[in-house]
Each structure stands twice: as structure tokens, then as C-alpha cells.
Design a protein around this ligand. Structure first.
Ligand SMILES: *[C@@H]1O[C@H](CO)[C@@H](O)[C@H](O)[C@H]1NC(C)=O
Ligand SMILES: *[C@@H]1O[C@H](CO)[C@@H](O)[C@H](O)[C@H]1NC(C)=O
Ligand SMILES: *[C@@H]1O[C@H](CO)[C@@H](O)[C@H](O)[C@H]1NC(C)=O
Length: 143
């Protein structure tokens, strides 16, 4: 054995304590890391406020954020000032708690039939400054 390497001779109790304590501590951290995002779920890159407002405005979005991450009970969804050009027919499925939806200042040129079907609580829809031409009558039957 080269003279500059010396065996580590810590007392056995001390090293046992060290190797047992560390995984317990790390596991506590993992639990926290797993639980925090669930408690404060919010679709990136939006900001979700405790009063039910979800602000995804002006974030250069080309597609919708992952709306299944909306906090339950959200009532306002702001998507204004983005680059949204189209929406799928199920884009707003299951968002029955929303009362306000702002899609203004985007590039939407058509809204698929049934887009707002599940939004039974929607009372305020803002669509100005898009590229919409015709509106399907049945689209607004729920409003
Ligand atoms: C809406 O909710 C239903 C029932 O909870 C679920 O089966 C379906 O996948 C949901 N749709 C979307 C687009 O999230
Ligand atoms: C819709 O609005 C009513 C009245 O404000 C409320 O009681 C109900 O819980 C809302 N529905 C959802 C799915 O949030
Ligand atoms: C209309 O929306 C586009 C896309 O967000 C934006 O660049 C433009 O400034 C808006 N025009 C007005 C008059 O607000």
C-alpha cells in the first residue's frame, strides 16, 4: 500500500450512523419533491393564482399549454396575446368550472364545432383580434 493512502478507521458505530442517516434524509427530500408539484399543479408556462385565475397571456404560445394541469375549480383562463392559430375540437374538454375564457389577440381562423360544449359555466368569452371569418351557429348554443 502506498504510504500516502491510509485506511479509514472510523469507529464502526459512527460509519453505520452516517450511512443509515443519509438515505432517510434523501428520501424525505424526494417525498417533498414529488408532493409539491401535485399540490400546486399549474400548466407551464402559465401562472395560477389562488383566486382561480390562470394567466397564460403573452407567452408566445403556438399551442395550448397542458390544460389537464389546470387547478381544479379554475374560473378564468387567459390565453390572450399569443400565437394560437388553431384549436382541436376537444381543446377545452372538461373545463366546466371556467367562467371566463380570453383568446383575444391570437391567429385563430376557425373554431371547431363543439369547442365550448363542456364549458357549462362559461359566461365571458373574448375573441377579438383573431382571423375568424364564419362562425358556426351551434358553437354558441351553450352560451
Ligand atoms: C374528460 O373527462 C373524462 C371523464 O373524467 C375522461 O374520460 C376524458 O379523458 C377527459 N377528456 C379530456 C380531453 O381530458
Ligand atoms: C358552475 O357554477 C356554479 C355557480 O357558480 C357552481 O356552483 C358550480 O360548482 C360550477 N361548476 C363547476 C364544475 O365548477
Ligand atoms: C393582434 O394580435 C396579434 C397576435 O397576438 C398581435 O401581434 C397584434 O398586435 C394584435 N393587434 C392589435 C390591434 O391588438
Amino acid at each position: 500500500m502506498p504510504p500516502n493512502i491510509r485506511p479509514i478507521d472510523l469507529p464502526p458505530t459512527s460509519s453505520t450512523t452516517r450511512y443509515l442517516a443519509r438515505p432517510v434524509f434523501l428520501c424525505g427530500l424526494c417525498l417533498l419533491a414529488v408532493m409539491l408539484p401535485v399540490a400546486s399543479s399549474c400548466p407551464p408556462p402559465c401562472l395560477c393564482y389562488s383566486d382561480g385565475l390562470v394567466d397564460c397571456g403573452g407567452r408566445g404560445l403556438l399551442t395550448l399549454p397542458p390544460l389537464h394541469l389546470l387547478p381544479p375549480g379554475s374560473h378564468s383562463l387567459l390565453l390572450a396575446n399569443n400565437h394560437l392559430a388553431s384549436l382541436g375540437p376537444s381543446a377545452f374538454a372538461n373545463l366546466s368550472s371556467l367562467e371566463e375564457l380570453d383568446l383575444s389577440n391570437n391567429y385563430l381562423d376557425n373554431l371547431p364545432a363543439g369547442l365550448f360544449r363542456d364549458m357549462s359555466n362559461l359566461t365571458k368569452l373574448t375573441l377579438h383580434n383573431n382571423s375568424l371569418t364564419g362562425m358556426e351557429r351551434e358553437l354558441f348554443q351553450v352560451l
